[in-house]
Ligand binder design. Structure first.
Ligand SMILES: Cc1ncc(COP(=O)(O)O)c(C=O)c1O
Length: 371
């Protein structure tokens, strides 16, 4: 987290300790309102279309819960959709008899818009859901092309932008999506435990609401009646981690000041540099595939479990993470990779740091994982 983000979170916790939760929230009400403005600006939306929720997973689940799926309804998705999203589709299939179909990938990787279009025409899905950038690779899926297709066909469209927000400029108008879910804690450089959901005017006008709406999302107007609140806030629930909320707002404002396009370009250049150098190291296999790649670099180190590599790198002060087969079953099996080390350079990293990480990985590979 950048210093102003951390300061916003800590200041609010201190406020809560002094004033108590309710008065602290009242005292911070202007900042709370600013969070919606900054997040909206970040994605080209209006504040009324933004709901602040616990995390990207919650945002995605809330969006799914807005559909009254019936047995036989189809959810059309991609092979690279995030693991938790895939499990949610499977859970809907198990519980409600919903059918889930994954569009074909392009030969070079990422969902094939033509396959998706053909499936939409043939099968009329209730919903199309696509993950912009998966958790386990630098692939950028063609979410804008998918948006064109969905809009032309009049099919609701949900984007998981968890890994793209903060590194790739997002504009919901161009993406033509009805829902977009995201988190604060990744390339946006916000705190953990907070995320947001964009809901389009079109979707709000249909009366869309989460399956279980609460007293924040609706007003109890008569014994057997409730009225939904006007905007996307009907997707929120009453209790908030206000410190995190303010951290999200500060992170969004910070990203706007840095400029996501500018910062993302630099992060992608660092990633491309890492990929090129890792590709030349013995025993290291770069796993990222796709016509468009971003600032996530994944590599398999021969004979090494990625968790062991991550631990060895951590010992050298290098922060990476491990992607396991179950995080992206279809993609990892297609690549015949059991696990991958994930490097996510951001604009504040230096090429020297990236080189140090690559050298360390190459050395671990040479040593046969002995560190
Ligand atoms: C593509 C993608 N979607 C969703 C999530 C879940 O995000 P959160 O932990 O904020 O729920 C992740 C987390 O890694 C992710 O990579």
């Amino acid at each position: 987290m950048p210093a102003p983000v951390l300061a916003a979170v800590v200041a609010h916790l201190e406020r809560e300790s002094r004033l108590g939760g309710y008065e602290a929230a009242d005292a911070a009400s202007e900042q709370v309102a600013r969070t919606y403005v900054s997040v909206a600006e970040l994605i080209g939306a209006r504040p009324r279309n933004v709901a602040v929720v616990e995390n990207a997973t919650a945002a995605f689940a809330l969006a799914l819960s807005a559909f009254d799926f019936q047995r036989g309804d189809l959810i059309l998705t991609s092979r690279n959709d995030y693991v938790s999203n895939q499990i949610m589709y499977l859970s809907l299939a198990r519980r409600l008899g919903v059918e889930m179909v994954r569009a074909e990938d392009l030969p070079e990787g990422g969902v094939d818009p033509a396959s998706l279009r053909a499936l939409i025409q043939r099968r009329r899905p209730r919903l199309v859901a696509v993950t912009h950038v998966p958790t386990n690779s630098g692939l950028v899926q063609p979410v804008e092309a998918v948006g064109e297709i969905c809009e032309a066909a009049g099919v609701p469209y949900l984007i998981d932008a968890c890994q793209s927000v903060g590194q790739i400029p997002l504009d919901v108008g161009r993406l033509k999506c009805d829902f977009l879910s995201a988190t604060a804690r990744k390339f946006l450089r916000g705190p953990r435990g907070v995320g947001f959901l964009y809901v389009s005017d079109r979707m709000l006008a249909t009366g869309a609401q989460p399956l279980l709406v609460d007293m924040r999302g609706a007003e109890w107007t008569a014994a057997d009646e409730y009225t939904l609140v006007d905007g996307a806030r009907r997707f929120e629930n009453w209790e908030f981690a206000y410190a995190q909320h303010l951290g999200l707002g500060e992170a969004a404002g910070y990203a706007l000041r840095v400029d996501v396009a500018e910062g993302g370009r630099r992060a992608s250049e660092l990633a491309a540099h890492a990929r090129e150098r890792l590709g030349g190291a013995d025993g290291v296999r770069v796993l990222d595939r796709g016509p468009s790649l971003c600032a996530i670099v994944t590599a398999e180190v021969a004979k090494c479990d990625a968790r062991a590599v991550v631990a060895m790198l951590r010992g050298r002060g290098i922060n990476t993470s491990a992607s396991l087969r179950g995080y992206a079953l279809l993609d990892m099996d297609a690549k015949q990779a059991a696990s991958a080390v994930r490097l996510s350079p951001h604009y504040y990293n230096t090429q020297k740091e990236v080189d140090a990480a690559v050298d360390a990985i190459a050395e671990i590979a040479r040593s046969g994982c002995a560190g």
